[in-house]
Write a protein that binds this ligand. Structure first.
Ligand SMILES: Cc1cc2nc3c(=O)[nH]c(=O)nc-3n(C[C@H](O)[C@H](O)[C@H](O)COP(=O)(O)OP(=O)(O)OC[C@H]3O[C@@H](n4cnc5c(N)ncnc54)[C@H](O)[C@@H]3O)c2cc1C
Length: 430
């Protein structure tokens, strides 16, 4: 399915990279309508919710196929998944069910209910993504508790899909002097009074996924739009990043493979180039093995294990498709008892399992982005100046790969996470 989707969107890829902001929005509208026709947004939702019940592992393989042509488009879809992962990590089934309903309805209408995640600030980027650095992060935003809800103030930058999203998952502390204890997530619908899309960035690469600056000016959100009960920092964030970094690994693997395939079709391997080509193929293979392993670990013990386990899949297969969207089930899901039980399932994941999954996610993000960049370097060795020609597609791969080392935690932060989590696992070994 992803290969067919990729073939259909291929004609949009070059124009998307070269377009002005307004042209890009029009082109993206067409790409997103195509994604709706392919039912890509509901692919991994349970069948009982009206989705197609595709496993996360299969989804990551699909994203690799897409990234082989355009990591920006893979990021466009992956960013949406990151926002859903944050909702999942809070165990807020009420919102998961509501979002699933909206995703399916809007997908049918050809207008996806796209989500973005707004966490980074001008004065705090990496610091938000690591529990220890969060303590001294210079966070300037705050969701101040007021009667009936929260008042959100502050600026968020590099929000992927921020200008396109129907709703933003906004990460802010309720007390900026205590971010570790009060980091929270809010669903803020597009157009909510006080939310402004200030501008979109002129990015080096992955231009198919526009990154926006969002400003929140005393934006009121009712209590019901707060997703978490206890702080996101620590367990929840580790769960989210363990899963999302495993997915980003698929983007790196896609680029590594794309560069290899591009070079293979352009050089004569018999002219002393066979060793370099073999090295590139090995890099693409190693990158794939790396992200598949991380996704398997996450499906066993990380965030994905909550929805992708054997029992949940069996129940989903036995239930009539779409049952969870019926009025009766909706009422059931709204029961405080059920929500409490769902949150309990999330909190029952052990700290060791979360650390294990997180370290695999962080490691694959570093490995795959570096293997993608390595193949870009090798393309120069193989093709010389020809590799700088835009019509080969290789400069785009290089630009796109460079950004993989920055988002979802820079590679330095991911390395720090691997060391911290592995140290913890060794010290807490039973
Ligand atoms: C294409 C793209 C898409 C993005 N999408 C989103 C999005 O959708 N939502 C969102 O909220 N954010 C997004 N971001 C922001 C991204 O998460 C941040 O850029 C990233 O976290 C780094 O933060 P920073 O830019 O402030 O760099 P800094 O944190 O200032 O880092 C600067 C340098 O210092 C290093 N460094 C920082 N702290 C440490 C440390 N403790 N130890 C060792 N080295 C350290 C970093 O590795 C880096 O090399 C996106 C960024 C890009 C480029």
């Amino acid at each position: 399915l992803f290969v067919r989707f990729r073939d259909e969107v291929t004609p949009f890829i070059r124009p998307l990279d070269d377009a002005t902001d307004s042209e890009r929005e029009t082109l993206l509208g067409k790409v997103l309508r195509l994604a709706c026709e392919y039912k890509i947004f509901s692919l991994a939702l349970p069948r009982s919710f009206g989705g197609q019940g595709c496993s996360m592992l299969a989804l990551s393989i699909g994203l690799e196929q897409l990234a082989q042509s355009c990591a920006g488009l893979a990021s466009l879809l992956g960013t949406h998944g990151l926002a859903l992962a944050i909702v999942g990590s809070t165990g807020n089934v009420r919102w998961l069910q509501q979002l699933a309903g909206r995703l399916i309805e809007d997908e049918r209408r050809g207008q996806p209910y796209l989500l973005s995640t707004a966490a980074t600030e001008p004065s705090a980027g990496s610091d938000i993504e690591d529990f220890e650095t969060l303590r001294r992060a210079r966070i300037e935003s705050q969701a101040t508790e007021v009667l009936g809800g929260y008042c959100l103030s502050g600026t968020k930058i590099y929000v992927s899909n921020g200008s396109l999203a129907s709703a933003h998952i906004v990460v802010m502390p309720t007390d900026r002097t205590r971010p570790q204890e009060t980091l929270s997530a809010f669903i803020v619908p597009k157009g909510q009074p006080g939310v402004h899309v200030v501008r979109t960035e002129h990015k080096l690469g992955q231009r198919a996924s526009p990154a926006a600056e969002l400003r929140f000016d005393d934006c009121f959100v009712p209590e019901t739009l707060r997703l978490n009960e206890s702080t996101l920092a620590g367990r929840s964030l580790d769960l989210v990043l363990g899963a999302s970094r495993s997915f980003v690994g698929a983007f790196g693997a896609g680029i590594a493979r794309g560069v290899y395939e591009t070079c293979r079709s352009r050089v004569d391997a018999s002219h002393g180039k066979a060793t370099l080509l073999a090295q590139m193929w090995q890099n693409a293979r190693t990158a794939r093995a790396s992200y598949l392993e991380a996704n398997i670990v996450n499906a066993q013990v990380g965030l994905v294990s909550l929805s992708d386990n054997g029992l949940a899949r069996l129940i989903d297969r036995l239930m009539p498709p779409g049952l969870a969207r019926s009025r009766a089930v909706e009422r059931l899901i709204n029961l405080p008892y059920l929500n409490e039980q769902a949150r309990r399932i999330v909190t029952s994941l052990s700290a060791r399992d979360i650390a294990f999954a997180s370290s695999y996610g962080s490691a694959t993000k570093v490995e795959t982005s570096e293997l993608a960049l390595r193949n870009c370097e090798l393309s120069f060795e193989l093709l010389g100046a020809k590799a700088t020609r835009e019509d080969t597609g290789l400069p785009k791969y290089w630009r796109d790969a460079r950004l993989l080392t920055i988002y979802e935690g820079t590679n330095d932060i991911c390395r720090l996470d691997v060391t911290n989590k592995q140290t913890y696992l060794n010290e807490s070994a039973p």
